[in-house]
Design a protein around this ligand. Sequence first.
Ligand SMILES: *Cc1c(COP(=O)(O)O)cnc(C)c1O
Length: 392
Amino acid sequence: MKNFSNYNDFSRKEDLAFESRAIHGALGCEPITGAVSFPIYQTATFRHKALGQSTGFDYSRLQNPTRQELERTMAILENGMEGYALSSGQAANMALFTFLDPGDHVLLSDDIYGGTFRIGDDIFGKYGVNFEYVDMSDLEAVQKAMTPKTRMFFIETPTNPMMKVADIKALAELAHEAGALCVVDNTFLTPYFQRPIELGADVVVHSATKFIGGHNDTISGIVVVNRQDLADHMRLQLKSHGNGLDPFSSWLLLRGLKTLPLRMEKHNENGMKVANWLRTHPRVEKVYYAGFEDHKDYATMCKQASGFGSMISFTVDSVETVERTLANVDMIYFAESLGGTETLITYPMTQTHESIPADIREKLGITDRFLRLSVGLENVDDIIRDLNRALG
Ligand SMILES: *Cc1c(COP(=O)(O)O)cnc(C)c1O
């Protein structure tokens, strides 16, 4: 494990367990000074010794040591070939769709994150890429939706916000038979609970703003690829779009990763308790949570993930209950986003999923009585007491 010499002398630490790898990263400590907290290299450019001699770092848009440590660490944790850190989850998704050519067809989960939906319709549509939405938890529906032009599956599992579960292994096989890429958005579970590349996916993407960063303080995205041509494309993409993550945010994510396993365990424990409690509340009509044993895809969930996370959606009896709950939560914040230490409650209809056309929203069940909860790391009794009081 000792890396005392240079930046290229890092190890994947395959002999260590996940928790240890999350803490010790790729290089772990800085190889020249031995700094245990990997330094923030706040520099735009790097000095060259002479013509043709480079330290491996030339200009921070291309490579930066802090970002590189994060990218390598994420590749290690997702068990992929190369990682990339970008300025947001949206930037990461945008970068992925540049794999496609005009005329290509993409299949995406039907209740996908609203921002991803917007990328498809408002941006790439203009360049002749065709986006089609399908229930990825239904393999037959996916097969039916495929065309000879299908070049990518873009899968969220569990989905945001309906918590539908897709079988990553089966979908990766289906994609590969057709010569398409299998991309999985792993934002909700993180590599601690689910590693899509090990199940056959080619690419994993994260809004690292969420559980990876984990503290509601940094906007960022991660891409991990498992093929050399995709790695080359991502490097060119970062260099050209200039959307690489800055050194300070990269450091915040490295810091967040050190406690990822601990945080995910606690998120999972709190999430399970809150989901079960919500089911007993008289004003709550239906709870969507991938950890319920009677969830339609519970078996698939257990087969491919070792935990359920802390995302819960639910419908209540009336719009008045929604209004009262959002106005009266106290310790819980009414705010967009998820995956941080603070419990957040969101109203998808006007927040995260506003970009999705009303008829599609309605079909999916994202109604005016629908709420989404990201259960944080507070004492779970405080979370439940606050919700109980606000629901009325
Ligand atoms: C938040 C989120 C995004 C967008 O990420 P940003 O970091 O906000 O740009 C994409 N996908 C999912 C599943 C998300 O939760």
